[in-house]
Every structure is written in structure tokens, then in C-alpha cells.
Design a protein around this ligand. Structure first.
Ligand SMILES: [Cu+2]
Length: 348
């Protein structure tokens, strides 16, 4: 991928429709049961810092002026070497404050580390540069959907580098580390859409690594999960393909002809792909299937090896649906790939 295409991508990146809603001056609205506790610690430390900053700077300025040297060679008249009352005061007050900060912070840490027993379990996979959520019934999705008023435990893993799951409205942030599982939990208390971001710099498209969190009203989560789990029930193959494309491929492949991390899908069906090693192949069903399952076998000329394998992630039926969708994106009618590639058949 060249620099220009990544810049284009940044410029054209759609901001999610879930910009943070203002809560207090610094922080977005409190949308989880734990948010108030987190904000209490934040504002406690914040106001203690503001108070002592003003106190110390004001005293410093005052002393600098009050005790400045007025004449050349003037010596301090009356040196104070120590003052027991003052020293005990400025040790005891900070000690009490720090103990309060520790207590509040540690209590919050312990709360976050212990999900309630009746938590809904959702697994999260982070990868460059997308989030993927696996629901208990086996459904996978690029959006995090949860019911309101129910504790949810997220178990995080990473497929490549360290990422960090951050939902500002819920006040949770947890690293996704390759080779281990981390977990964090929350209980959403208001239905609506929220923003989920990656908070660990993870490469060129880090800033595109966000997802939508949808908190459902009572009863609606189960309904959503059932519909989302079987997209074939109400859609054509190509429509399911489009859905899968948006969820799993759109981060790297455009459909308008512009190159991104990978080549565009526009008008490629029936064309000839050129590879790094000089060989070529016609872009038809088997080639697309191979590209999805074994992307390392044939590397398209001019692109790196950045495509992850979707082996074990997409069912045969889903792969077929994506192929149908890619076919539809080509100006040619779907049909015999060989004759299309040979250019013997042109249609609108
Ligand atoms: Cu990331």
C-alpha cells in the first residue's frame, strides 16, 4: 500500500453516526452502571490537582516577590531551618488524599475484574484494523450488540499486535494482547448507539479501527441476534455477499475502483490478475475462493501480504455469497468466466 492511498482513506473515512454525546464538561454521557464510580475517582483527583496547583503556584509567585533580594549583597535576615507543625501537616494531608485515591481506584479495579455471575459472554477478536464480536450462539459480527440492564463480559484476544478496546461512554478500556485472553465487563444502562475505539496505536489504519455499540431495549437483543444469525433467510445470495463485504472486506477493498490496502472489487470478475512472481490468473469463482482462504498463495502485483486468511471464519455458503456479490459489481453479466476473460462476450 502506498502512502497516498492511506491518506485518501483517512480523508474519506466515514465518521460513525455515534459521536460521543456530551455528559459533563470533560466526559461523555455516563451509559454504564460503573461510569459514575469511575468519574468520581477522576474528578476527585482532578479537583485535588486543581486546588494544589493554584495554591502552590500562587504561594510561589507571592514568595518570589515578597522575599526577593532588594539590594546588591543583601543576606536573608531570618532563615527558618524547620517547622515541625508545617512538616507534619504537609505530610499528613497528602497521605490522606493519596490513601483515598488508592482506595477509590482499587475498589473500581476490583469491581471491573469481577464480572457478575449472570454476565452475557461475548468474545472479541481484534486485528489490523477491525473488531469482531463472537456471540454465544456462534454468530460473528462487526458490531457489538448488547441488551440494556444486563452485565456483559467481553473476553478479548488479538490476531496480530496489541490493540485496546475502549468504550468512552461505558468508561471501560482493556488491551487485546496476542497470545492471551483479557476480560472486562460492563452493564449498559441506556439503550442507544455508542462508539467503540482502538486506544492502542497499532499501525497505519489505527484511526479507522472503531466499531458501533448498540444497546438494545429489553427483549430486542434476542430478536436482533436471531435475525443477524441467519442472513440467508431474508436475502438473496448477492445481498448476503454485500453484507459480508461491508462487515469483513470493506476496510481493505473498495467497490469504486480506488486501490486501498487491497485492490478494488469493481469490475474485476472475469479480468486477469497479475501476481508478484509474474504469473497471472483469471479472476473467477475458484480464484476468489482461494484468495479468501489462502491469500498468501498468490500475491497481486503491487500489494503486500496484508490480507488475512478467512479460513474457518466464513462458511462455504458465505464465500459463495461474496463471489456472487463480486460478480454483480462487474459490468459483465455473470456467466462463463473463461469466455468473459477472453473478451468474447460483452454486455452492459
Ligand atoms: Cu488497534
Amino acid at each position: 500500500m502506498n502512502m497516498l492511498s492511506s491518506l485518501n482513506l483517512l480523508a474519506s473515512a466515514d465518521l460513525p453516526s455515534v459521536a460521543p454525546r456530551p455528559g459533563s464538561f470533560w466526559l461523555p454521557t455516563q451509559a454504564s452502571t460503573g461510569a459514575a464510580q469511575t468519574d468520581l475517582v477522576f474528578y476527585f483527583i482532578y479537583w485535588v490537582s486543581v486546588f494544589f496547583f493554584i495554591l502552590i503556584v500562587a504561594l510561589m509567585v507571592y514568595f518570589v516577590i515578597r522575599y526577593r533580594r532588594r539590594r546588591e549583597g543583601e543576606l536573608p535576615a531570618n532563615q527558618v531551618t524547620h517547622n515541625t507543625t508545617l512538616e507534619i501537616t504537609w505530610s499528613a494531608i497528602p497521605l490522606v488524599l493519596v490513601v483515598i485515591m488508592f482506595y477509590l481506584g482499587f475498589r473500581g479495579f476490583i469491581d471491573l475484574a469481577r464480572p457478575p455471575r449472570d454476565s452475557l459472554d461475548i468474545r472479541v477478536e481484534a486485528s489490523k484494523w477491525a473488531w469482531w464480536f463472537n456471540y454465544p450462539n456462534g454468530h460473528g459480527d462487526n458490531e457489538l450488540h448488547v441488551p440494556v440492564d444486563q452485565p456483559v463480559r467481553l473476553t478479548l484476544e488479538s490476531r496480530d499486535v496489541i490493540h485496546s478496546l475502549y468504550i468512552p461512554a461505558f468508561r471501560i478500556k482493556k488491551d487485546a494482547v496476542p497470545g492471551r485472553y483479557n476480560s472486562v465487563w460492563f452493564e449498559a444502562k441506556a439503550p442507544g448507539d455508542y462508539l467503540l475505539l482502538c486506544a492502542e496505536y497499532c499501525g497505519t489504519q489505527h484511526s479507522d479501527m472503531y466499531a458501533k455499540v448498540v444497546v438494545h431495549e429489553p427483549g430486542k437483543y434476542e430478536q436482533w441476534l436471531e435475525n443477524a444469525s441467519d442472513p440467508f433467510k431474508t436475502r438473496t445470495m448477492a445481498e448476503v455477499g454485500e453484507l459480508l463485504y461491508l462487515k469483513r472486506c470493506a476496510g481493505c477493498h473498495s467497490i469504486d475502483g480506488t486501490a486501498n490496502v487491497g485492490p478494488s472489487f469493481k469490475d474485476i470478475y472475469g479480468e486477469t490478475a497479475q501476481f508478484d512472481d509474474g504469473s497471472t490468473a483469471t479472476i473467477e469463482d475458484n480464484y476468489i475462493r482461494e484468495s479468501i482462504l489462502y491469500p498468501q498463495r498468490k500475491i497481486v502485483r503491487g500489494y503486500g501480504k496484508d490480507m488475512p486468511s478467512f479460513k474457518g471464519q466464513l462458511s462455504d455458503r458465505e464465500i459463495t455469497a461474496i463471489i456472487e456479490y463480486i460478480k454483480q459489481l462487474s459490468a459483465h453479466e455473470s456467466g462463463d468466466a473463461d469466455s468473459l476473460a477472453a473478451g468474447t462476450q460483452e454486455s452492459s
